[in-house]
Write a protein that binds this ligand. Sequence first.
Ligand SMILES: [Zn+2]
Length: 134
Amino acid sequence: MAKQSVPPLVPALLAMKCPNCRKGSIFVNKHVLPLKGSLDMVEHCSECGMKMVRETNNGFGINYALTVMMFFFNLVWYIPIFGMSYEDNSIYYFVASSSLVTLLLQPWFLRLSRVLFLYFTVGYRSKTATGNNH
Ligand SMILES: [Zn+2]
């Protein structure tokens, strides 16, 4: 058997590729738009046949963590641009704009959290070509 080079983890993760072979796509649609169907996952990987759709998808917990992280990450760009003070209403403006940004990014977060969940549970080449998980 010829030795194949392992595709790097992070680019495969960001491209939302199958965690098992890092070649096949996880989602049916390449782009997050249109929103309808943006979370449709392929049943089995087109490259290695790994089963993508899980009965226990734990993406929601990861999505919550990502949302909280993003909310605080917004401080990083908000404070240098707009500044924040306890003497006026700027903290309320921040909460409002940060919520809006986080809300707008939700479609990507939802996808990313599903991808992360798969990468947490599936190692590279850990599944057989039959897609049998047991
Ligand atoms: Zn695959």
